[in-house]
Design a protein around this ligand. Structure first.
Ligand code: ATP
Length: 255
């Protein structure tokens, strides 16, 4: 049984087919990258597998269970987490409070518990705090836990976004362009963190434009172009694939 199996995955927006009959498997414990030229359908594909858009056709199996039409919050409960752009963070809240929100998704106190501070609510609040601190330590942000997000670097914000997803104890984490907008040295540091996540047993699937980073990091790569899968394989196979080179260079170029 494949860990995640996609069959004929398709998404249409009006007359435009953004993702076109993609068959793909994501292997447990590995780092998989989705790449492709601008407008290839990467973000749409990402939104389909993390439950943010229902597909127009096709199916998604997670550990053998059909999750094709499962909404995002229920996908999260099964262990599927995704990051959002750093613009989704609460800038005026602390790093720690941002991550606690991620953990709370998984706890179950009702409004009654929250108002009357029941034992269960207090227990859950403590668990959320402990989990957030553990996650911040994992991503290397323990020392700035009490700082407002507004005052930290862009690279630290990227780590907060990842910590938020990790706080839900996922089996798989989907990263949306984790290295966009940061410098080469920070990109290397982030690649080290992504490797650490995979080494801890969490499957990683990432969209990224930074080719050099992906080639050194991914176990396998899937290439989308005009919504269709045009190649998949190891970084070496993808780098030497003439169809991929053609898609990126627009044909004709001999580079
Ligand atoms: N919500 C939407 N409504 C209509 N069209 C959309 C929507 N989202 C994406 N598209 C279109 O689907 C196609 C694929 O877009 P998508 O954003 O998935 O590509 P991408 O590979 O992520 O691009 P980029 O690398 O530029 O972010 C594009 O033509 C885009 O205009």
């Amino acid at each position: 049984m494949a860990f995640i199996e996609l069959k004929g995955l398709t998404k249409q927006f009006g007359g435009l087919t953004a993702v076109n009959e993609v068959d793909f498997e994501i292997e447990k414990g590995k780092i998989t990258a989705i790449i492709g030229p601008n407008g290839a359908g990467k973000s749409t594909f990402f939104n389909l597998i993390s439950g943010f858009y229902p597909p127009s056709a096709g199916s998604i199996l997670f550990e053998g269970k059909d999750i094709t039409r499962l909404p995002a919050h229920l996908c999260a409960r099964l262990g599927i987490a995704r990051t959002f752009q750093t613009t989704h963070l609460f800038e005026r809240a602390t790093v720690l409070d941002n991550v606690i929100v991620g953990h709370r998704l998984r706890t179950r106190s009702t409004l009654f518990d929250a108002i009357f501070r029941t034992k269960r609510e207090r227990r859950e609040a403590q668990a959320a705090y402990d989990k957030a601190m553990e996650t911040l330590s994992f991503v290397g942000l323990e020392e700035i836990a009490e700082r407002p997000v507004a005052g930290i670097s862009q690279e630290a914000k990227k780590r907060v976004a990842i910590a938020l997803a990790l706080a839900t104890d996922p089996k798989v984490i989907f990263l949306d362009e984790p290295a966009a907008g940061i410098n080469p040295e920070e990109t290397d540091d982030l690649a080290t963190l992504i490797k650490k996540i995979a080494d801890s047993g969490i499957t990683v699937c990432t969209i990224e434009h930074k080719m050099q980073m992906i080639m050194g990091l991914a176990d396998s790569i899937m290439v989308l172009n005009h919504g269709a899968k045009i190649a998949e394989g190891s970084p070496a196979e993808i780098q030497n694939n003439p169809v991929v080179i053609e898609a990126y260079l627009g044909g004709g170029a001999s580079a």
